[in-house]
Every structure is written in structure tokens, then in C-alpha cells.
Ligand binder design. Structure first.
Ligand SMILES: *Cc1c(COP(=O)(O)O)cnc(C)c1O
Length: 238
């Protein structure tokens, strides 16, 4: 595990990679935000990253959000960070997740969107969401199929408590850079089509991770989700 100073240095190195990728793509660096994927990281290490300027935090499991909440909000100023949910959300966890997050990036069914809508009506609030698309075709990955994505966005956009901001994908994990780029390009094409259909902008494209953020930025990512490049390799499940 890297020390606190390493977390700060790694964060700066990731930001420099994003800036270089923006320059190579002729994009302004402020078009791309970094979200830290903090699964398995203790609250204290997340607080170090927040103190170093990380604003967006993504968690994959509601149980982890809940377990880290007290320590994180005590050690990092609550106004200095925003949490997003980026894992598969079970419908029975909807009530709980809404205590912690400003955005659910992983809406992967109309049914889940409707559950969120009903709970948000009770709470009398709104929530930003992204629709997650399975661009890699791997059965192990969550997300709606690409050919259903536009229809799902249309149904989600009709739910008045949800503010649909764009699309998210966990791209193809492959050494074939052209194939990775094609999967990210596919998400951008779907976003453009969905925005046409609903007649509103969908500014957010959440795609790209530690190993392939350059490919994602080249294809239009506005938010890259970074874990291991900042926190080091995660222990592999046995
Ligand atoms: C873990 C995770 C990431 C970050 O992956 P790294 O390769 O560690 O950067 C991004 N997105 C999701 C949904 C994740 O679960």
C-alpha cells in the first residue's frame, strides 16, 4: 500500500496523464474530471486524496459506503467531496444508497430507475444518474445492451426525480487498443443518439480507468474513474 505522500504524487500523476491526453485530443483539460474509485480503500486513505484535491469519490458497494461514512465525513470536509455509486445496485439497497450519494452512475434497468424515482418522491428530492451500458458484450459486466440504451435513457428521462446526465461504461479489458477505443467510441455514439431522441444534452461520458484513460479521453470521456493508479493494486480475491 502506498504511503500518504504516494497517494498525493499518484493523484498528480493521473491528473498530468489526463491533461496530456486532453492536449493530444485537442480538448481543454477542464473538460475531463477524475473520479476516484475507492473500493476496498479505508476512509483515512480516501480522506488523504480528498485533502489533496480529489472531489469525486466512487464506491461499488452500499455496505462500504455505509461503513466508511462516519470516518470520512469526520476527517474530510463534507463540502469538499461528492460520492457517486458506480457498482451494481440491488433494488433492496435503494433507500440506503440515497443517504450517501449525489449520483448513481450505474442505472442498468428501467425497474431500478423507477425504484429510485419512488423513493425520491418520498424524500422530496432529485438525483443525478447515468445509464450504464455494457459496451464490451461480456456477460460478466453490468449495464444495458447497446441496442437498448437509447430506449432506456428515454424512459429514465421521463422520471421527474431523476436528472439523467449521460452514460457510463466499464469498457473492454483488452490489450487491443483499437478495440478498447471502439468500445468507448460506441458509448459516445449512443450518447449522441440518445440526446437527439430526448431533445436534451447528455454532457457526461463516464469511461476510462487506470489502464486506459488515454483511449477514453481520446474518444470523448468527461469523467474517468481511477482506482489502482492512485491507491496501488488491489488485493486479488483468492
Ligand atoms: C474499480 C473500478 C474502476 C477503477 O479501476 P482501476 O483499474 O483500478 O482504475 C473504475 N470503474 C469501476 C466501475 C470500478 O469498479
Amino acid at each position: 500500500m502506498p504511503a500518504d505522500a504516494d497517494i498525493r504524487a499518484n493523484l498528480a500523476a493521473v491528473r498530468a496523464r489526463v491533461d496530456a491526453a486532453c492536449a493530444a485530443a485537442g480538448r481543454a483539460p477542464d473538460e475531463v474530471e477524475v473520479l476516484l474509485a475507492t473500493k476496498t480503500q479505508p476512509a483515512g486513505r480516501i480522506a488523504v486524496a480528498v485533502a489533496a484535491g480529489a472531489r469525486l469519490i466512487g464506491e461499488n458497494r452500499v455496505q462500504e459506503l455505509a461503513a466508511k461514512d462516519a470516518e470520512l465525513t469526520a476527517t474530510a470536509a463534507p463540502a469538499s467531496f461528492e460520492r457517486h455509486f458506480i457498482g451494481h445496485l440491488q433494488s433492496n439497497k435503494v433507500n440506503q444508497v440515497l443517504r450517501y450519494v449525489a449520483c448513481v452512475q450505474s442505472v442498468d434497468s428501467v425497474e431500478l430507475a423507477e425504484r429510485l424515482q419512488r423513493r425520491l418522491e418520498v424524500l422530496d428530492r432529485t438525483l443525478e444518474v447515468l445509464v450504464q451500458v455494457n459496451t464490451s458484450g461480456e456477460a460478466s459486466k453490468s449495464g444495458v445492451a447497446p441496442d437498448e440504451a437509447v430506449a432506456v435513457v428515454k424512459e429514465v428521462a421521463a422520471l421527474d426525480r431523476l436528472r439523467v446526465r449521460g452514460l457510463m461504461t466499464v469498457g473492454l479489458q483488452s490489450p487491443d487498443e483499437a478495440a478498447v477505443r471502439a468500445s468507448y467510441r460506441g458509448l459516445r455514439v449512443l450518447r449522441d443518439r440518445a440526446a437527439d431522441v430526448i431533445g436534451a444534452g447528455l454532457p457526461v461520458l463516464s469511461m476510462g480507468m487506470s489502464g486506459d484513460l488515454e483511449a477514453a479521453v481520446a474518444e470523448g470521456a468527461t469523467l474517468v474513474r481511477i482506482g489502482s493508479a492512485v491507491f496501488g493494486a488491489r488485493p486479488r480475491p483468492a
